[in-house]
Ligand binder design. Structure first.
Ligand code: GLN
Length: 194
């Protein structure tokens, strides 16, 4: 099974390495027709305003929305901003895959990055790396919060889609990716995590 990683900008390689640990082949996606080759898509971190501009320029907005209608998508950090219904920034054209309102770079310009250990029923203890992270300010009724940090959701799920304010691909731990694909029915429960 091949998992696509939107490769217009951002940290594509770390996601590919994380997926490889689950025995999954990751392929870069830069054009709409490349979505036909993959079972699910990761939208990585990076700069959401730049990524949004590139999505529009490459004519990827409609293909991404069509893909997401029947395939799982996971966005991390800037990817979460792109997936939000309300990204609260006119430079980001919302994909609207998660019924959430976010505030970009909300963890303060002083604290550009930090690591926290979080715990959730679905995930177990997770080391979460935050880099100029967006804050989830509001969630719609169909959105499930799987992890929180100081009262704000930092891992949310809606249908087959996951949005993550931190960077699970940087922590050397593939469990968040595994949980996403397992819940979407693409990974067996007993499949080993290397
Ligand atoms: N601050 C970035 C944005 O909103 C996200 C940072 C990241 O992906 N590490 O686009």
């Amino acid at each position: 099974m091949r998992i696509g990683i939107l490769a217009l900008q951002g940290d594509v390689e770390a996601h590919a390495g994380t997926l490889a640990r689950l025995g999954l082949e990751a392929v870069p996606v830069r054009r709409g027709d490349e979505l036909e080759e993959v079972a699910a898509l990761v939208i990585p971190g990076g700069e959401s305003t730049t990524m949004s501009r590139l999505i529009e320029r490459q004519g990827l907005h409609a293909p991404l929305r069509e893909f997401a209608a029947d395939h799982p998508v996971m966005g991390t950090c800037a990817g979460l901003v792109l997936m939000a219904r309300d990204p609260d920034d006119a430079r980001v054209t919302p994909l609207g895959l998660l019924d959430i309102r976010v505030s970009r770079n909300a963890y303060g310009r002083q604290i550009h990055s930090f690591t926290a250990t979080l715990d959730g029923e679905a995930t177990g203890p997770v080391k979460a790396v935050f880099i100029r992270a967006p804050r989830v300010e509001a969630t719609g009724p169909g959105v499930e919060t799987l992890l929180e940090h100081e009262g704000s959701p930092v891992l949310v799920a809606e249908g087959p889609h996951f949005g993550c304010a931190f960077h699970p691909e940087l922590a050397g731990d593939p469990r968040i990716h595994a949980l996403w694909l397992r819940r979407a029915g693409l990974l067996e429960d007993q499949e080993r995590v290397a």
